[in-house]
Write a protein that binds this ligand. Structure first.
Ligand code: 4GS
Length: 251
Protein backbone atom coordinates (compact mmCIF):
# COMPACT_ATOMS: atom_id res chain seq x y z
CA UNK A 1 0.00 0.00 0.00
CA UNK A 2 1.07 3.55 -0.74
CA UNK A 3 -0.03 6.44 1.50
CA UNK A 4 0.57 10.10 0.68
CA UNK A 5 -0.22 12.84 3.19
CA UNK A 6 -0.61 16.42 2.00
CA UNK A 7 0.08 18.86 4.82
CA UNK A 8 1.65 22.23 5.63
CA UNK A 9 3.37 20.55 8.63
CA UNK A 10 5.14 17.40 7.34
CA UNK A 11 7.46 17.36 10.39
CA UNK A 12 4.45 16.40 12.55
CA UNK A 13 4.53 12.94 10.92
CA UNK A 14 8.22 12.11 11.50
CA UNK A 15 7.77 10.50 14.92
CA UNK A 16 4.56 8.66 14.13
CA UNK A 17 5.68 7.20 10.78
CA UNK A 18 9.12 6.24 12.13
CA UNK A 19 8.16 4.52 15.40
CA UNK A 20 6.59 1.32 16.66
CA UNK A 21 4.33 -0.72 14.38
CA UNK A 22 4.13 1.88 11.59
CA UNK A 23 7.93 2.20 11.51
CA UNK A 24 8.28 -1.60 11.24
CA UNK A 25 5.60 -1.86 8.52
CA UNK A 26 7.50 0.74 6.57
CA UNK A 27 10.89 -0.98 7.07
CA UNK A 28 9.39 -4.28 5.92
CA UNK A 29 8.11 -2.59 2.75
CA UNK A 30 4.46 -3.35 3.55
CA UNK A 31 3.53 0.32 3.33
CA UNK A 32 5.18 3.31 1.68
CA UNK A 33 4.39 6.45 3.72
CA UNK A 34 5.21 9.90 2.31
CA UNK A 35 4.36 13.47 3.20
CA UNK A 36 4.17 16.36 0.76
CA UNK A 37 3.91 20.05 1.62
CA UNK A 38 1.19 21.39 -0.64
CA UNK A 39 2.63 24.90 -0.30
CA UNK A 40 5.05 23.76 -3.03
CA UNK A 41 2.05 23.70 -5.37
CA UNK A 42 0.95 27.27 -4.70
CA UNK A 43 0.61 29.15 -7.97
CA UNK A 44 1.42 32.63 -6.65
CA UNK A 45 4.70 34.33 -5.88
CA UNK A 46 4.25 34.56 -2.09
CA UNK A 47 3.41 30.83 -1.96
CA UNK A 48 0.13 31.48 -0.19
CA UNK A 49 -2.28 28.55 0.12
CA UNK A 50 -5.33 30.35 1.52
CA UNK A 51 -7.44 33.45 0.90
CA UNK A 52 -10.42 35.33 2.36
CA UNK A 53 -13.87 33.85 1.71
CA UNK A 54 -16.07 35.16 -1.13
CA UNK A 55 -19.16 36.73 0.43
CA UNK A 56 -17.17 38.00 3.42
CA UNK A 57 -17.17 36.79 6.99
CA UNK A 58 -14.22 35.73 9.09
CA UNK A 59 -11.57 33.07 8.66
CA UNK A 60 -9.55 31.90 5.70
CA UNK A 61 -10.23 29.30 3.03
CA UNK A 62 -7.73 26.89 1.45
CA UNK A 63 -7.40 27.70 -2.24
CA UNK A 64 -8.07 24.95 -4.78
CA UNK A 65 -4.85 25.23 -6.86
CA UNK A 66 -2.27 23.95 -4.30
CA UNK A 67 -4.50 21.04 -3.24
CA UNK A 68 -5.43 19.98 -6.80
CA UNK A 69 -1.78 20.36 -7.86
CA UNK A 70 -0.43 18.27 -4.99
CA UNK A 71 -3.07 15.52 -5.34
CA UNK A 72 -2.52 15.31 -9.12
CA UNK A 73 1.24 15.11 -8.52
CA UNK A 74 0.99 12.11 -6.15
CA UNK A 75 -1.58 10.39 -8.40
CA UNK A 76 0.74 10.72 -11.42
CA UNK A 77 3.77 9.62 -9.38
CA UNK A 78 1.94 6.45 -8.27
CA UNK A 79 0.12 5.92 -11.58
CA UNK A 80 1.10 4.07 -14.72
CA UNK A 81 0.59 0.73 -12.96
CA UNK A 82 -3.03 0.68 -14.11
CA UNK A 83 -3.96 -0.32 -10.55
CA UNK A 84 -7.03 0.60 -8.53
CA UNK A 85 -7.75 4.34 -8.49
CA UNK A 86 -6.59 6.10 -5.32
CA UNK A 87 -8.92 7.09 -2.49
CA UNK A 88 -8.54 10.83 -1.84
CA UNK A 89 -9.50 11.44 1.78
CA UNK A 90 -10.34 14.80 3.35
CA UNK A 91 -10.12 14.95 7.16
CA UNK A 92 -12.86 17.25 8.50
CA UNK A 93 -15.51 17.30 11.27
CA UNK A 94 -18.34 17.17 8.72
CA UNK A 95 -17.08 13.86 7.31
CA UNK A 96 -18.39 10.35 7.93
CA UNK A 97 -17.30 9.15 11.39
CA UNK A 98 -14.27 6.86 11.08
CA UNK A 99 -14.90 3.34 12.40
CA UNK A 100 -13.20 -0.06 12.42
CA UNK A 101 -15.46 -1.01 9.50
CA UNK A 102 -14.07 1.91 7.48
CA UNK A 103 -10.50 0.92 8.49
CA UNK A 104 -11.14 -2.58 7.09
CA UNK A 105 -12.51 -1.09 3.87
CA UNK A 106 -9.49 1.20 3.42
CA UNK A 107 -7.05 -1.64 4.22
CA UNK A 108 -8.15 -3.30 0.94
CA UNK A 109 -7.00 -0.30 -1.16
CA UNK A 110 -3.61 0.15 -2.81
CA UNK A 111 -3.24 3.96 -2.66
CA UNK A 112 -4.59 6.43 -0.05
CA UNK A 113 -4.10 10.20 -0.26
CA UNK A 114 -4.88 12.29 2.84
CA UNK A 115 -5.55 16.03 2.69
CA UNK A 116 -4.91 17.81 6.01
CA UNK A 117 -6.09 21.38 6.38
CA UNK A 118 -4.97 23.53 9.28
CA UNK A 119 -7.02 26.23 11.08
CA UNK A 120 -9.31 26.91 8.16
CA UNK A 121 -11.95 25.72 5.70
CA UNK A 122 -11.58 24.20 2.24
CA UNK A 123 -12.77 25.71 -1.04
CA UNK A 124 -15.89 23.62 -1.78
CA UNK A 125 -14.57 22.59 -5.23
CA UNK A 126 -11.97 20.43 -3.45
CA UNK A 127 -14.79 18.42 -1.83
CA UNK A 128 -16.85 18.31 -4.98
CA UNK A 129 -14.33 17.48 -7.68
CA UNK A 130 -11.25 15.95 -6.06
CA UNK A 131 -12.11 14.11 -2.86
CA UNK A 132 -13.58 10.58 -2.76
CA UNK A 133 -14.11 10.33 1.04
CA UNK A 134 -14.62 12.83 3.86
CA UNK A 135 -13.73 11.41 7.28
CA UNK A 136 -14.02 12.69 10.85
CA UNK A 137 -12.46 11.03 13.88
CA UNK A 138 -15.15 12.38 16.21
CA UNK A 139 -17.24 15.33 17.29
CA UNK A 140 -14.59 17.72 18.58
CA UNK A 141 -12.55 20.48 16.97
CA UNK A 142 -8.79 20.13 16.49
CA UNK A 143 -6.36 22.65 15.02
CA UNK A 144 -5.72 20.58 11.90
CA UNK A 145 -6.35 17.37 9.99
CA UNK A 146 -2.86 16.00 10.79
CA UNK A 147 -3.74 14.15 14.03
CA UNK A 148 -6.96 12.73 12.53
CA UNK A 149 -5.07 11.44 9.48
CA UNK A 150 -2.47 9.81 11.77
CA UNK A 151 -5.26 8.02 13.64
CA UNK A 152 -6.78 6.70 10.41
CA UNK A 153 -3.40 5.64 8.98
CA UNK A 154 -2.48 3.82 12.20
CA UNK A 155 -5.81 1.92 12.28
CA UNK A 156 -5.50 0.95 8.58
CA UNK A 157 -1.82 -0.05 8.47
CA UNK A 158 -2.06 -2.38 11.48
CA UNK A 159 -4.63 -4.41 9.48
CA UNK A 160 -2.29 -5.01 6.51
CA UNK A 161 -1.04 -8.60 6.21
CA UNK A 162 2.34 -9.08 7.93
CA UNK A 163 2.19 -5.93 10.08
CA UNK A 164 1.23 -7.47 13.44
CA UNK A 165 3.51 -10.36 14.39
CA UNK A 166 0.60 -12.51 15.50
CA UNK A 167 -2.12 -12.46 12.83
CA UNK A 168 -4.69 -13.23 15.55
CA UNK A 169 -3.94 -10.20 17.67
CA UNK A 170 -5.86 -7.87 15.33
CA UNK A 171 -8.82 -10.23 15.48
CA UNK A 172 -9.11 -10.42 19.28
CA UNK A 173 -9.28 -6.63 19.63
CA UNK A 174 -12.26 -4.54 20.56
CA UNK A 175 -14.71 -4.02 17.69
CA UNK A 176 -13.37 -6.80 15.50
CA UNK A 177 -16.34 -8.95 16.59
CA UNK A 178 -18.33 -5.86 17.52
CA UNK A 179 -17.76 -6.24 21.30
CA UNK A 180 -15.47 -4.57 23.82
CA UNK A 181 -12.51 -6.55 25.17
CA UNK A 182 -12.74 -8.74 28.28
CA UNK A 183 -10.58 -7.80 31.34
CA UNK A 184 -6.91 -8.84 31.25
CA UNK A 185 -4.71 -9.89 34.19
CA UNK A 186 -1.07 -10.88 34.61
CA UNK A 187 1.24 -11.79 37.54
CA UNK A 188 1.16 -11.43 40.51
CA UNK A 189 -1.98 -13.49 41.35
CA UNK A 190 -2.59 -11.16 44.30
CA UNK A 191 -1.62 -7.47 44.31
CA UNK A 192 -2.32 -5.31 47.42
CA UNK A 193 -4.99 -7.80 48.42
CA UNK A 194 -6.75 -7.74 45.02
CA UNK A 195 -6.92 -11.22 43.55
CA UNK A 196 -7.05 -12.36 39.93
CA UNK A 197 -10.35 -14.19 39.16
CA UNK A 198 -9.91 -17.90 40.02
CA UNK A 199 -11.11 -19.14 36.64
CA UNK A 200 -8.07 -17.57 34.91
CA UNK A 201 -5.70 -19.60 37.14
CA UNK A 202 -7.71 -22.83 36.74
CA UNK A 203 -6.10 -24.03 33.51
CA UNK A 204 -9.59 -24.93 32.23
CA UNK A 205 -9.52 -23.38 28.76
CA UNK A 206 -13.17 -23.98 27.95
CA UNK A 207 -14.24 -22.23 31.19
CA UNK A 208 -11.80 -19.39 30.54
CA UNK A 209 -13.19 -18.84 27.03
CA UNK A 210 -16.76 -18.83 28.42
CA UNK A 211 -15.83 -16.36 31.17
CA UNK A 212 -14.10 -14.02 28.69
CA UNK A 213 -17.01 -14.05 26.28
CA UNK A 214 -19.47 -13.32 29.10
CA UNK A 215 -17.28 -10.46 30.37
CA UNK A 216 -17.10 -8.98 26.86
CA UNK A 217 -20.87 -9.12 26.56
CA UNK A 218 -21.51 -7.61 30.00
CA UNK A 219 -18.96 -4.87 29.50
CA UNK A 220 -20.41 -3.95 26.12
CA UNK A 221 -23.93 -4.02 27.57
CA UNK A 222 -22.95 -1.61 30.36
CA UNK A 223 -20.57 0.73 28.53
CA UNK A 224 -21.58 0.65 24.86
CA UNK A 225 -25.05 -0.85 24.40
CA UNK A 226 -25.19 0.81 20.97
CA UNK A 227 -22.55 -1.68 19.74
CA UNK A 228 -24.73 -4.71 20.50
CA UNK A 229 -27.09 -4.09 17.58
CA UNK A 230 -24.36 -4.90 15.05
CA UNK A 231 -22.35 -7.42 17.12
CA UNK A 232 -22.06 -11.03 16.01
CA UNK A 233 -23.98 -12.85 18.77
CA UNK A 234 -25.37 -16.36 19.07
CA UNK A 235 -29.10 -16.91 19.69
CA UNK A 236 -28.29 -17.88 23.31
CA UNK A 237 -26.33 -14.65 23.79
CA UNK A 238 -29.19 -12.53 22.37
CA UNK A 239 -31.57 -14.28 24.76
CA UNK A 240 -29.27 -13.67 27.73
CA UNK A 241 -29.11 -9.96 26.81
CA UNK A 242 -32.89 -9.73 26.59
CA UNK A 243 -33.12 -11.17 30.12
CA UNK A 244 -30.52 -8.69 31.34
CA UNK A 245 -32.50 -5.78 29.82
CA UNK A 246 -35.71 -7.08 31.39
CA UNK A 247 -34.02 -7.36 34.82
CA UNK A 248 -32.94 -3.70 34.62
CA UNK A 249 -36.46 -2.57 33.79
CA UNK A 250 -37.74 -4.14 37.02
CA UNK A 251 -35.16 -2.40 39.22
C1 4GS B 1 -11.23 16.93 12.54
C2 4GS B 1 -11.88 15.93 13.25
C3 4GS B 1 -11.02 18.33 12.96
C4 4GS B 1 -11.48 21.40 12.12
C5 4GS B 1 -9.19 21.03 11.24
C6 4GS B 1 -11.18 22.86 12.26
C7 4GS B 1 -8.97 22.52 11.37
C8 4GS B 1 -10.22 20.57 12.24
N1 4GS B 1 -10.86 16.40 11.38
N2 4GS B 1 -11.86 14.83 12.52
N3 4GS B 1 -10.21 23.27 11.25
N4 4GS B 1 -12.45 16.02 14.47
N5 4GS B 1 -10.50 19.17 11.99
O1 4GS B 1 -11.28 18.69 14.07
O2 4GS B 1 -11.23 15.13 11.37
Amino acid sequence: MRIDVLTLFPEMFDGVFGSSILGKARERGIVELSTLNFREFSTNKHHTVDDTPYGGGGGMVLKPEPIFGAVEHVLERAGGEGGKPARVILMCPQGETFTQRKAEELARESHLVFICGHYEGYDERIREFLVTDELSIGDYVLTGGELPSMAVIDAVVRLLPGVLGNENSALADSFQDGLLEYPHYTRPPEFRGWAVPDVLLSGNHAEIAKWRRRQSLERTFVRRPDLLERAELTAAERKWLEEKRAELEFE
